[in-house]
Design a protein around this ligand. Structure first.
Ligand SMILES: C[S@@+](CC[C@H](N)C(=O)[O-])C[C@H]1O[C@@H](n2cnc3c(N)ncnc32)[C@H](O)[C@@H]1O
Length: 324
């Protein structure tokens, strides 16, 4: 590929490359060339003393895509890599051939494209399959494996910090309820690292429950949690839990049910959406708990991620102090 180049003596090349790199002038997609005496440095523009030189491209995914599809740098479709799959953003101009080149360049098994919003109570993504074997996508995070089909169940890469934190809590002798367990977003790290006495997991989505069971095997978890398909308000057995995970933006609506399963000291990890700016929901939740006859306090509040221009995802940990 012919590009602008600065030709320098090999003895001064190191210093010049460092200087050019500090001002981001080097064309990093190309491999710096040399003959016995001179070094040829590819640059983004003619600085006045440049010549044209034929460079080889580095073997990066971007270059593989560019040379296969002839696309320009700022004209490539936007995508996320989710484990061993690629998911293109909505409205990108992608067909099967382009998707295959991306899979090849990024060593991905499957490619999908977002076609709309995440829908309904089960939070099912609107996704179309583009190419690959449509096998389970495998995501590995902090030593925990999650198998899923991105067209059937959601996975939020932005919740990584919360999943990591769940894996650091010691649940020895504790009873945990995961009211919206999904494929095991939070239960898998708890089971893998937290050693709970008992774990109860509920979800209304049969695909999620199927993947939850598959993920237990994938992570070689020998402990058998109690898994229920259905509404956690109806399915959760009559137990008093030490820790209740409420990984659903609608969690404040499930407060009464969570409190029924609580005792003095129980921790409730609630997820909800808030407008940017002042976080008001925890105060509301405390008042609602009081109306239900419980005194709860906030142990901590974290902003997990930005969801839109107006909304942020908040995770708040409450502790049950007393029943009135
Ligand atoms: C937002 S998703 C979980 C996302 C997840 N926390 C993450 O990190 O990507 C919420 C889950 O709650 C489940 N769900 C919704 N309403 C429910 C209910 N009443 N009882 C049990 N599960 C429910 C959905 O099927 C879905 O799997």
């Amino acid at each position: 590929m012919k590009e602008w180049c600065i030709k320098v003596d090999k003895n001064s090349a190191g210093k010049i490359i460092k200087k050019l790199r500090s001002v981001s002038l080097i064309l990093e997609e190309c491999i710096i060339d040399h003959d016995g005496q001179f070094v040829y440095i590819p640059v983004k523009k003619d600085t006045g003393n440049c010549i044209k030189h034929d460079f080889k491209l580095k073997n990066t995914p971007e270059n593989i895509i560019r040379s296969n599809l002839g696309l320009r740098v700022n004209n490539t479709p936007k995508f996320i890599k989710l484990g061993d799959s690629i998911i293109f953003n909505k409205n990108q101009r992608v067909n099967k051939r382009i998707a295959e080149v991306y899979c090849n360049a990024y060593h991905a098994k499957n490619a999908y494209i977002f076609t709309g919003k995440i829908k309904g109570k089960m939070r099912i993504p609107s996704i179309k399959f583009l190419c690959g074997k449509n096998e389970d996508t495998i995501i590995v995070e902090n030593g925990v494996k999650y198998a899923l089909n991105p067209a059937k169940v959601m996975f939020s890469p932005g919740n990584i910090n919360i999943r990591t934190e769940m894996g650091k809590i010691d649940f020895k002798d504790k009873t945990v309820i995961d009211m919206f367990c999904g494929i095991g977003y939070f239960s898998m790290p708890v089971l893998k690292y937290g050693n709970p006495k008992r774990l109860i997991a509920c979800d209304i989505n049969p695909d999620s429950i199927e993947y939850f069971k598959r993920n237990l095997k994938l992570n070689r978890i020998i402990y058998e949690p109690e898994i229920f398909l259905g509404d956690s308000r109806a399915k959760c057995p009559d137990v008093s839990a030490d820790y209740i995970i409420m990984g659903n933006f609608e969690s404040p609506k499930f407060l009464a049910q969570a409190l029924i399963h609580s005792h003095r000291g129980t921790l409730l990890s609630m997820h909800f959406l808030e407008r940017r700016g002042k976080i008001k929901r925890p105060e509301e939740i405390i008042k609602n708990a009081r109306r239900l006859g419980y005194i709860i306090s906030v142990k901590n509040i974290k902003i997990v991620k930005s969801v839109s221009h107006e909304l942020v995802h908040v995770n708040s940990l409450f502790q049950v102090y007393n029943c009135l």
